[in-house]
Design a protein around this ligand. Structure first.
Ligand SMILES: [Fe+2]
Ligand SMILES: [Fe+2]
Length: 271
């Protein structure tokens, strides 16, 4: 099966890029299942129920979040009222947090696909449970019991070292492990020694003529003055769609990974 993962969609320009190109990308790469990180999809901060439903109507199968999960309050009630939604927040948010940290999807071809998100701890000011312990107790046992045919772990975090630590520690357990959150794609897509496809960070789907998706002027002013009073707004130039495609052939036991950069100033693809 072929899987598409899209990095943090930032604001309207990121959503518009996906709306315009997702079906074409899915067709070109024969994608069977799509995961989109949407923690910045609502004007850079969080997600709303309406935006989630837009993603699903575009052909997205699973939506992941991150440290911005609760920036828009209305998503919390929505997640609690719709137990069957396909929104995944970090597994190691504190106990009793709304929503879920993983979901096992039933594909129309009969295969089961586990999607999980974990949050790292370095340089992150959030109360979090230990990521390794949460994965060991809640996820690894499911995988070892054969509850999923394919499994993906999204590692949301700031430090490349910690993301590599989690990737290498769980190599061989998941079909793919990939990072999100920094909004800058890394050039290290590869299959690890025990067979898991890996990329440290899959970048953002937004306007790269910016500071990680936000308009440059106010972001730089914040850095230079230390003042948080000026509002950060998403940049609105054409977005680059940044992500990865993982192809896994169970019968031949082969896995490949490639990164994609489509549209905007980082464009590498020609349609
Ligand atoms: Fe984040
Ligand atoms: Fe993000």
């Amino acid at each position: 099966m072929n899987f598409l993962m899209i990095g943090d969609v930032v604001g309207r320009t990121g959503r518009n890029a996906l709306k315009s190109h997702l079906s074409e990308i899915k067709r070109k790469f024969e994608i069977d299942f799509t995961i989109v990180n949407a923690e910045n999809s609502a004007a850079g901060f969080g997600i709303t129920p309406k935006i989630y439903e837009e993603f699903i109507s575009m052909g997205v199968d699973a939506v992941t979040l991150g440290n911005h999960s609760w920036d828009k309050n209305e998503i919390i009630d929505y997640m609690e009222l719709n137990p069957n939604h396909s929104i995944i927040r970090p597994l190691n948010f504190l106990n009793n947090s709304p929503g879920r940290g993983y979901k096992i999807f039933d594909h129309s071809n009969g295969k089961k696909i586990l999607v999980c998100q974990i949050h790292t701890k370095l340089f992150i000011n959030l109360p979090l449970n230990d990521p390794f312990q949460c994965l060991d107790t809640e996820i690894i046992s499911l995988l070892e019991a054969g509850k999923a045919d394919y499994s993906f772990l999204e590692v949301h975090g700031e430090a490349t070292s910690e993301k590599n630590g989690i990737g290498q520690h769980y190599d061989g357990k998941f079909t793919g492990i990939y990072g999100t959150h920094t909004h800058i794609p890394t050039a290290d897509a590869r299959v690890l020694a025990k067979g898991t496809a890996f990329q440290t960070d899959i970048g953002m789907t937004g306007d790269y003529e910016s500071i990680i998706g936000m308009k440059k002027e106010s972001a730089i002013k914040r850095m230079r003055t230390g003042m948080n009073s000026n509002r950060l707004e998403p940049a609105d130039g054409e977005a680059t769609i940044s992500g990865i495609i993982i192809k896994r052939d169970i019968e031949n036991s082969s896995t490949t990974i490639q990164s994609i950069l489509i549209g905007g100033i980082l464009n590498r693809e020609v349609f």
